[in-house]
Design a protein around this ligand. Structure first.
Ligand code: NDP
Length: 397
C-alpha cells in the first residue's frame, strides 16, 4: 500500500488524482489532503477518503471545516504550517504537489526535505527555485515524478535512453484559444474567451497561462531543472491537436514521442505507479479518428510571454521567481477585470526590467524575490487599470 498526500486536492489536478486513487483502493491510501478556501468540497473529499490529516491554507475556511459534521476523526490543520504538516506526514510515501502558483513552494520543498517522493504538477516552485529544489532532491535522496503532461511525456520518452545522447527536448503546445488571433484581436479578448481552452479543462490560472503561452514558458524552465538540459536545447512547437504530449530528439535523428488523449489522469497515474502503466477507464486514442496531426512554429511576436520566460531562464538567479510572481499578479489582475489580456505581458516585462538579478541560494531568497515582484507588478497593474479608466472616460467624451 502506497500512502499518498495531495496538496491542492480541490483543484483540477487534485480532483483527477483522487479519481485515479479511488479506482485502486487496494494499492493507494490517501493519508492527507490540503485545500485553500473551498471547505464544502473539501469536507466531501474528507468524508469519502477519510485522510488522517487535512489542512486548509485559509484560517477562516479551516474554522468552517472544523464545524462541519462530516469530517469524522480527521485532524484539521490550518495556515502554511498546516500545509507543511500534511506534506511531511510520517506515513506518507508520495506527495502529489497540485497547489496552484508560488503558494506550493513551501510545502513542496518541505516534503522533499522530509524525504518524500513528489509527483509534481505545481510547476511554479520549480520555476521560482529550480536549483534549490534539485539540490534538496539530491541531498534527501528523493525522486520528482513529473505530472505536467509534457514533462511526463519527456520523462517517458527518456526511459531506456542515455541523457548524453539527447539532441533536444521538444515541448508541444496546443497554442491555446488565441492561436490564430492577431495582436489587435487579442487586445479585445474577454476573460470568458481566454478561459475557453480548446483541449484541456484546467484551473483558471493555468488556463490563462495557456492563452498567453506563459504556461509553455514556465514549462521550458521546469524542463530545464527537471531534466538538467540547457534552454538552448529546449524547443517549443505548436501542435493544436494535443495528442503528442512532447518529444525527445536523439543525436542520431530519432525522435521519441509520447501520445494519448488529453486527460491529466494519464500522467497522474504514471507518476503514481511508474514504471508500471496501470489500467485507466478512459476513452482510447483512436488515431484513425483524430485526423491529421499538425505542427507550427510558435510566434513570439504575437505571444511575447514565451520569450520572456526564456529570457528569465537565461538571466537566472532571482529572475525566474520575478517572472513567475509578476505573471501571477498580472493574471489575477486580468481575472479581476483590472487589466486587459494584452496588458499581462506588459506587466511581466516591466517588472522584469525593474529587477536587478540577485543570487538565489535559499528559500528566503526565493520568497523575498517573489514578494518584491508582487509589489512591483501590483503597482504596474494599478497604473494600467488607472490608464484604462482614463481611456474609457476619454472615449465617452
Ligand atoms: P486549480 O486552481 O484548479 O486548483 C488549485 C488548488 O490549489 C486548489 O486545491 C486550491 O484550493 C489550492 N490553492 C489555491 N491557492 C492556494 C494557497 N494560497 N495555498 C494553498 N493551496 C492553495 O489549479 P490546477 O489544478 O489547474 O493546477 C494546479 C497546478 O498544476 C498548477 O501549478 C498548474 O500549472 C499545474 N498543472 C495543471 C494542469 C491541469 O490540467 N489543471 C495540467 C498541468 C499542470 P481551493 O480550491 O480550496 O481554493
Amino acid at each position: 500500500m502506497k500512502h499518498i498526500v495531495i496538496l491542492g486536492s480541490t483543484g483540477s489536478v487534485g480532483i483527477s488524482a483522487l479519481e485515479v486513487l479511488a479506482s485502486y483502493p487496494d494499492r493507494f491510501d490517501v493519508c492527507a489532503l490540503t485545500a485553500a478556501r473551498q471547505d464544502e468540497r473539501f469536507a466531501e473529499q474528507i468524508e469519502t477518503f477519510r485522510p488522517n490529516v487535512a489542512a486548509m491554507a485559509d484560517e477562516s475556511a479551516a474554522n468552517r471545516l472544523r464545524s462541519r459534521p462530516n469530517i469524522g476523526d480527521t485532524t484539521i490543520y490550518s495556515g502554511v504550517e498546516g500545509l507543511v504538516q500534511a506534506a511531511t506526514l510520517d506515513q506518507a510515501d508520495l506527495v502529489i504537489s497540485a497547489i496552484v502558483g508560488a503558494a506550493g513552494l513551501v510545502p513542496t520543498l518541505a516534503a522533499i526535505q522530509a524525504g518524500k517522493n513528489v509527483a509534481l504538477a505545481n510547476k511554479e516552485p520549480m520555476v521560482m527555485a529550480g536549483q534549490l529544489m534539485k539540490q534538496e532532491t539530491s541531498a534527501h535522496g528523493v525522486m520528482i515524478f513529473p505530472v505536467d503532461s509534457e514533462h511526463s511525456a519527456l520523462f517517458q520518452s527518456m526511459q531506456g535512453h542515455r541523457k548524453e545522447d539527447i539532441r533536444r527536448l521538444i515541448l508541444t503546445c496546443s497554442g491555446g484559444p488565441f492561436r490564430t488571433c492577431t495582436r489587435e484581436e487579442m487586445r479585445h479578448k474577454t476573460k470568458a474567451e481566454a478561459l475557453n481552452h480548446p483541449n484541456w479543462e484546467m484551473g483558471s490560472k493555468v488556463t490563462i497561462d495557456s492563452a498567453t503561452l506563459m504556461n509553455k514558458g514556465l514549462e521550458v524552465i521546469e524542463a530545464h531543472w527537471l531534466f538538467g538540459i540547457p534552454s538552448s536545447k529546449i524547443e517549443v512547437i505548436i501542435h493544436p491537436q494535443s495528442i503528442i504530449h512532447s518529444m525527445v530528439e536523439y543525436k542520431d535523428g530519432s525522435i521519441i514521442a509520447q501520445m494519448g488523449i488529453p486527460d491529466m489522469k494519464i500522467p497522474i497515474a504514471y507518476a503514481l505507479s511508474c514504471p508500471e502503466h496501470i489500467s485507466l477507464d478512459l476513452p482510447r486514442c483512436d488515431l484513425l479518428k483524430e485526423g491529421p496531426l499538425t505542427f507550427e512554429a510558435p510566434d513570439t511576436e504575437r505571444f511575447p510571454c514565451l520569450a520572456l520566460a526564456y529570457r528569465a531562464l537565461q538571466v537566472g538567479g532571482t529572475m525566474p521567481a520575478v517572472l513567475n510572481a509578476a505573471n501571477e499578479v498580472a493574471v489575477q489582475g486580468f481575472l479581476d477585470d483590472k487589466i486587459s489580456f494584452i496588458d499581462i505581458e506588459g506587466v511581466i516585462e516591466r517588472t522584469m526590467d525593474a529587477h536587478s538579478r540577485l543570487e538565489l541560494d535559499t528559500l528566503e531568497d526565493a520568497l523575498s524575490a517573489d514578494s518584491w515582484a508582487r509589489e512591483c507588478a501590483g503597482m504596474i497593474v494599478h497604473d494600467c487599470a488607472a490608464d484604462s479608466v482614463v481611456m474609457r472616460r476619454g472615449s465617452y467624451a
